[in-house]
Design a protein around this ligand. Structure first.
Ligand code: TYC
Length: 127
């Protein structure tokens, strides 16, 4: 997985020195561009989030299995096991993802459940 959003990520090729940095006052019109040149001593890993599925009394089991297959790429066996775990224990982990992916999956699941008028709830928890 590649993450481009964090400009302070370490650069394997060393500190970045673009054309504007090599020539002081260079670039078109001398405008400063916001390129981060600081290198981290402790590389920051992208934060990961668990996507949790919550039990309820009304959502059909088959619907939960469908959700797990569709949005979490589980096969029928895996999806059935996770669904039964949630049904019996109240909560279960659908997967662990970078924050943006986890948020997207929660939104997709909640939208899909609403469209089908099921009260299924899905949430995030920082790892
Ligand atoms: N408890 C639901 C039922 O008996 C099934 C269910 C399982 C619902 C998992 C939500 O996340 C869930 N129909």
């Amino acid at each position: 997985m590649t993450h481009f959003s964090d400009q302070t990520h370490p650069n394997p090729a060393g500190p970045v020195a673009g054309p504007d940095e090599e020539r002081p006052g260079g670039g078109d019109g001398g405008g400063q561009v916001g390129v981060a040149t600081r290198t981290r001593t402790t590389p920051k890993k992208p934060e990961r989030y668990k996507v949790l599925m919550l039990n309820d009394d009304y959502t059909p089991m088959e619907f939960v299995v469908l959700v797990l297959k569709r949005y979490f790429r589980m096969d029928l066996d895996q999806a059935t096991r996770v669904m039964l775990h949630v049904h019996q224990r109240g909560v279960g982990v659908c997967g662990i993802f970078p924050m943006e992916v986890a948020e997207t999956k929660v939104n997709q699941v909640m939208d899909f459940a609403k469209q089908n008028q099921h009260p299924l709830q899905c949430t995030l928890e920082k790892v």
